[in-house]
Design a protein around this ligand. Structure first.
Ligand code: C2O
Ligand code: CU
Length: 482
């Protein structure tokens, strides 16, 4: 959580955590990018739950969450990733339209960053908003242990708020003694995901977050869980949706909002006028909403007269040309053993397959033993295939507009994410859509959703489910923009 009296103090503040994992090294000469260092390393977290115990996690900082990385739109961000983990890692900057070589997908866009090695990410975020970052390898365990962080891109044109508060939701797979339980089971990976038992906002169970009494607040809510879809609501507090998944929207009253893993929601609200008054953020799930966090008005009331709730300036996202767009279908389904392409499989599996023959029962067994449960257009690309990169799902012509029809042929909901581009959600066969820009869209059972974008960013871009166990057990692929 960051509460900031002014924008400047936090930008400076974020650069002062020297010695911690995220250290900004202020740079004297104007215009030259400030280099920040992110050290991925084993860390001891104190996650407050019913028992406040130590958890031996992996993190980008000694505390969880790491300090929010705040940068200015259009300015060069330079981040040196130092890998002190016992295995290779990378950083993917979720939702940022950046050059392919900076996208952080091992084998596809960069070599893996080996233990002891470093990698410098350098890019200019073109859009202001709420984003995040995470590894893109062994993600079930790396994210499960704590490798997630928030990236806020600010704009000089952003309207002023009295406080800008990040609420990072995620679960943890830990027991009472703070030890990790299984991040993934076949049961979970083959269904809706393996849920963690400790629900946290900013690394704490049921935190109380102070907001300036009567102040105008920007709340940035992120669902950075690997599996759980939450429906956030604030039953006692009026608020306005100002951005979804980092992209400004025409302000609309906030009732509740369904957020899959990786999705973000920015709200504007006027804090209670009475010091000490509270309101809750809940997950409206089933009959009994779960409380997630409590906000409390703190400090003397603002004397500033209430201003209108602000509208954020739109991001410069190219508008797809729907009249001349080509439509491509992507079907998200369970993996069918008989449809496996040997070229897409890890070597061990194709060897086994040829040794045992490809009749369905044997192949089904193999699928299970290799944890291949899901596919896109019948092609599974599981996480354990290491350096073996399959051919792209599609090759797109640079500069051309595309409509992707995303088809969910499973009994589960999938948050589908495309790298390197922000797409316009156009329509669904199951619900009314007011077109909006996003990088991750939830597709419900039997739903077909059409999204459109201009393929203006050359390179190989991942397309995958952001339920990390689905991604890791086959529901990933990539498109090539050439
Ligand atoms: Cu958060 Cu492949 O992405
Ligand atoms: Cu999924």
């Amino acid at each position: 959580m960051v509460t900031r009296p002014t924008r400047r103090s936090v930008i400076v503040g974020a650069g002062l955590t020297v010695g911690a994992g995220l250290a900004g090294i202020p740079c004297g000469s104007a215009g030259a990018p400030q280099e920040r260092q992110i050290v991925a390393a084993p860390r001891t977290f104190k996650l407050t739950g019913s028992a406040s115990v130590a958890t031996q996690g992996w993190g980008y900082d000694d505390a969880f969450p790491p300090p929010t990385l705040r940068v200015t739109r259009g300015e060069m961000l330079r981040v040196r990733l130092v890998n002190r983990l016992p295995e290779h890692t990378s950083i993917h900057w979720h939702g940022i339209r950046l050059p392919n070589a900076m996208d952080g997908v091992p084998y596809l866009t960069q070599p893996p960053v080996e233990p002891g090695a470093e990698f410098v990410y350098e890019f200019r975020p073109p859009d202001a908003g709420t984003f995040w970052f995470h590894p893109h390898c062994n993600s079930i365990a790396q994210m499960g242990r704590g490798l997630t962080g928030v990236l806020v891109v600010e704009s000089p044109d952003d309207p002023p708020f009295d406080a800008d508060i990040v609420c990072l939701y995620r679960d943890w797979h830990i027991d009472e003694s703070g030890g990790f339980t299984a991040f993934s089971t076949d049961e979970g990976a083959g269904r809706a995901g393996t849920m963690g038992s400790l629900h946290t906002v900013n690394g704490a169970s049921l935190p109380v977050i102070d907001v300036p009494t009567g102040g105008l607040i920007r709340l940035r809510i992120l669902n950075l869980d690997s599996a759980r879809i939450v429906t956030v609501a604030m039953p006692e507090q009026p608020a306005t949706v100002i951005a979804t998944d980092g992209n400004p929207v025409a302000p609309v009253g906030f009732g509740e909002w369904q957020m899959g893993p990786a999705m973000r929601l920015d709200l504007a609200l006027r804090a209670p006028e009475r010091e000490g008054a509270t309101f809750a953020l809940v997950n409206n799930f089933a009959a009994e909403p779960w409380p997630l966090a409590t906000f409390r008005a703190a400090g003397a009331a603002r004397s500033r007269p209430p201003a209108d709730l602000p509208t954020l300036p739109a991001s410069p996202i190219p508008r797809p040309d729907l009249d001349h767009a080509e439509t491509l279908e992507f079907t998200f389904s369970a993996a069918s053993a008989t449809a496996l392409d040997p070229d897409d499989l890890p070597p061990a599996l194709s060897d086994l397959q040829s040794a045992l023959g490809t009749d369905a029962p044997a192949a089904d067994l193999l699928c299970r033993s290799q944890r291949i449960f899901w596919a896109i257009n019948k092609r599974p690309w599981p996480g354990q295939s290491g350096g073996r990169v399959p051919p792209p799902l599609a090759t797109l012509t640079r500069g051309r507009s595309y409509v992707f029809e995303l088809i969910n042929a499973t009994p589960h909901t999938h948050p589908i994410h495309l790298h390197g581009h922000t797409f316009l959600v156009l329509e669904s066969n199951k619900r009314t859509v007011t077109p909006y820009y996003t990088d991750t869209v939830l597709i419900h059972t039997k739903e077909r959703v059409k999204v459109a974008f201009v393929a203006d960013n050359p390179g190989d871009w991942m397309l995958h489910c952001h339920i990390i166990e689905h991604q890791d057990t086959g529901m990933m692929g990539y498109v090539r923009v050439a």
